[in-house]
Design a protein around this ligand. Sequence first.
Ligand SMILES: *[C@@H]1O[C@H](CO)[C@@H](O)[C@H](O)[C@H]1NC(C)=O
Ligand SMILES: *[C@@H]1O[C@H](CO)[C@@H](O)[C@H](O)[C@H]1NC(C)=O
Ligand SMILES: *[C@@H]1O[C@H](CO)[C@@H](O)[C@H](O)[C@H]1NC(C)=O
Ligand SMILES: *[C@@H]1O[C@H](CO)[C@@H](O)[C@H](O)[C@H]1NC(C)=O
Ligand SMILES: *[C@@H]1O[C@H](CO)[C@@H](O)[C@H](O)[C@H]1NC(C)=O
Ligand SMILES: *[C@@H]1O[C@H](CO)[C@@H](O)[C@H](O)[C@H]1NC(C)=O
Ligand SMILES: *[C@@H]1O[C@H](CO)[C@@H](O)[C@H](O)[C@H]1NC(C)=O
Ligand SMILES: *[C@@H]1O[C@H](CO)[C@@H](O)[C@H](O)[C@H]1NC(C)=O
Ligand SMILES: *[C@@H]1O[C@H](CO)[C@@H](O)[C@H](O)[C@H]1NC(C)=O
Length: 844
Amino acid sequence: MGFSSCASLFSVLFLLCCYLLQVGIAIEAITSSQFIKDPGTLLSKDGNFTFGFFSPKNSTNRYVGIWWKSQSSIIWVANRNKPLSDSNGIVTISEDGNLVVLNGQKQVIWSSNLSNTTSHTTAQLSDYGNLVLLESTVGSMLWQSFQKPFDTFLPGMKLTRNKRTGEKVQLTSWKNPSDPSVGSFSISFIDRINLHELFIFNETQPYWRSGPWDGVVFTGMQMMTNPYINGNHVVDDGEGNIYIYYTVPKDISLVVYNLNSQGQLIAKWWDYEKKELQIIQTSQLSECDIYGICGAFASCSSLKLPICSCLRGFEPRNKQEWNRHNWTGGCVRRILLQCERVNNNTTSTKKEDGFLKLKMVKVPDFAQGSALTPDICRSRCLENCSCIAYSHTAGIGCMSWTGNLIDIQQFKNGGLDLYVRVAYAELDKERNTTIIITTTVIIGTLIIVTCAYFMCRRAANSPEAKLKPSLKSKRKKNIKAFQFFNKVGTSEDNTSDSIIRTLSQVKLQELLLFDFERLAIATNNFHSSNKLGQGGFGPVYKGKLQDNQDIAVKRLSRSSGQGLEEFKNEVVVICKLQHRNLIRLLGCCVEGEEKMLIYEYMPNKSLDAFVFDPSKNKLLEWRTRYNIIDGIARGLLYLHRDSKLRIIHRDLKTSNILLDEELNPKISDFGMARIFEGREDTENTIRVVGTYGYISPEYAMQGLFSEKSDVFSFGVLLLEIISGRRNSSFYDNEHALTLLGFVWIQWKEGNILSFINTEIYDPSHHKYVVRCIHIGLLCVQELAVDRPNMAAVISMLNSEAELLPPPSQPAFILRQNMLSTMSHEESHRRYSINSVSITDISGR
Ligand SMILES: *[C@@H]1O[C@H](CO)[C@@H](O)[C@H](O)[C@H]1NC(C)=O
Ligand SMILES: *[C@@H]1O[C@H](CO)[C@@H](O)[C@H](O)[C@H]1NC(C)=O
Ligand SMILES: *[C@@H]1O[C@H](CO)[C@@H](O)[C@H](O)[C@H]1NC(C)=O
Ligand SMILES: *[C@@H]1O[C@H](CO)[C@@H](O)[C@H](O)[C@H]1NC(C)=O
Ligand SMILES: *[C@@H]1O[C@H](CO)[C@@H](O)[C@H](O)[C@H]1NC(C)=O
Ligand SMILES: *[C@@H]1O[C@H](CO)[C@@H](O)[C@H](O)[C@H]1NC(C)=O
Ligand SMILES: *[C@@H]1O[C@H](CO)[C@@H](O)[C@H](O)[C@H]1NC(C)=O
Ligand SMILES: *[C@@H]1O[C@H](CO)[C@@H](O)[C@H](O)[C@H]1NC(C)=O
Ligand SMILES: *[C@@H]1O[C@H](CO)[C@@H](O)[C@H](O)[C@H]1NC(C)=O
């Protein structure tokens, strides 16, 4: 009796002590003996996030939640549906180990609701704003608030959907700004065949959609170009789970996505001056963003009035309602499709249906994705009468539609091209406009030609073009070449200006010009037995000049207009470079339709022929591989730093590394290289070129390239050389890892041996190989700032004493589903615009 009353007195005293200690005090962990009582708080280690009691504006209810810096930026709420009516609430660990919110009567208002916890648990708030419940002795995580997202999407959180079970983790909005209980809007992934798309729902009705994910962006979401966000990633883990997450560079303030009570997805970032979260972007910019606002077969453009218009070949279902701006009825086809008639009337001889192209649109909902080439995509659609439209883009492949076309939006830029099936009669109208376009083009060409003529005259009169009389015949050709370069240079993008400027510095006269006949003789009239390989823009031949010198001749296909820019670029860039690890251009030939580049001949062809070919793999022992890695690094450093120009290669890959007799590496293929002028460090481009598997994240996502994007490609190359496996076709079925993911897992687990190509492994080299892999990992870091530059790489490669920083997780460790379902040819087409190369020798 005495004992128990004593014990209860003690416990009362203890609780009183705790109570006095805890009131209004910020602590770092909640344990069974340490709780928080309104208005006490739990702080993250860095003090940026707080977990505690708050009242929304215009409300006296008390809630328990997490906020960033100030209570005006609530990011998570525990008891959203069960507010506390007074300030007697307590957050503590219950006897069964759950994190609970109790009211003044000690009733459980909210619980982390785990059924089988142990009693020794601790709750902490991480520096990322994640409230976690840990098992105290082992430290394993039992529960986290990131698994139960609220209305705010934070870096590190995942929105998921399981395609098999339909289970999903979604964001749900507040009811209104003073009431955090579950509102009518939610955002989550939806199930569409082979496509990933985000939807905002108003209750169960679609309210907004993002457009399909193309591996880099959501194609119908113009806000996703947020410069502060380092990359959004949609991942299919191969087990039916798809999820999206994003990261923010370390030096940037917090960026969050918030689904507000009006159903808008809003990107916000922390403004240090105003000390609150500021809106930077909104998903719904106009009425057109509202799902299906124009009804079927109509497109919405916020630039037009009225905003809705029927697609070409379609007319309003109900003209009166349509004119009253009631779009709900949508549009119907004006002329029946031929294929529909064929079913009706077999004797018909009418012309076949065709497609009308809609440029730069948010493609309609209910697409079916499949990995087909553009041609097959089109013909499959044409064959099947139920196929109403198709679209093709490299990141997704083929999309086709069968039912009504709903939710098409016209953009000013971006978006995809949509091909809508219409009857032949509708196409005829197109012909008239083609005639107009053709006329315009002809007139335009005439003007350009006239301009070019005067420019050439000016060029011919300029002092630079005044050549020694002894070079007279050569001069004619040079002027011809010069004209050619000028002509190509005047078209294309704004960067051609800078190329033209550099061109005038390049003394083309100094470049050896070969006669077509001479090359024809050297290559035995471009005989197929001399063919070394076939690039995308034309074949490469081996030749022997009269003085017995071996050469390689890259001959641009006559039909290939695409390669001209690259051809010119390559001449300009490589003309000025000389380094033992760069391929040497001997000359070029520009005669009539023929454009050719002449290189020194590399008897050992390209690196990929050795590294990825099991039979030749043995020929490259470790020492040779090391020399190759070092040589590539030196060649790159020369490009980046040592030559008079600063050059970014932009398409470094094993097939662009050639090997001479002694297996010295030579970097080739400068078709995509960029010359940097002045002191700028990064440049932005709309046209992302390069090869899938070698492109750095910031370049793929934002078109930003710098020497660090070459460093990334170098890192991939290095890891490929050591492992003997291709990044682009590495496949790990179990975890859907890329080569980078695989090496990272092995590295973390201390199992790096399984990554190294067994042919080259020799215990005596272990230390060096591991060091090389370490350097490779540093080169493929997610953030460009975390990657070393080439000078640092060379110093790391050559000095064993130098201490290397530990790598963190590389970019692109998981295989993104859509990219992987693309056929290899497809991915190549998208990412490697330049394939004119003497390196495409090995059969792919
Ligand atoms: C908060 O985060 C910023 C970076 O976002 C960091 O610099 C700072 O140290 C953190 N802690 C506090 C108390 O501000
Ligand atoms: C709070 O109430 C005032 C006056 O009723 C109103 O003007 C204000 O907009 C309300 N604030 C919020 C966040 O609802
Ligand atoms: C806790 O779990 C039970 C059953 O698993 C469920 O009925 C209840 O709604 C859950 N409570 C909360 C707050 O999630
Ligand atoms: C609780 O049970 C689930 C499944 O029954 C299990 O996955 C989880 O690890 C268990 N947790 C603990 C702490 O035992
Ligand atoms: C959401 O749906 C409800 C009915 O389901 C409707 O009354 C409301 O206007 C809708 N909200 C918006 C923003 O469209
Ligand atoms: C809009 O038109 C549809 C028929 O196309 C009709 O059923 C509906 O009542 C109309 N709505 C309004 C608000 O007039
Ligand atoms: C056959 O043609 C008629 C009129 O042209 C049309 O209304 C009907 O839908 C067609 N039937 C099929 C099966 O296409
Ligand atoms: C098929 O079309 C022709 C002419 O267009 C018409 O004379 C004939 O009756 C049609 N046959 C059927 C079965 O609809
Ligand atoms: C036409 O397409 C539909 C829907 O995609 C499909 O169900 C049908 O099998 C296709 N028909 C043929 C002949 O391919």
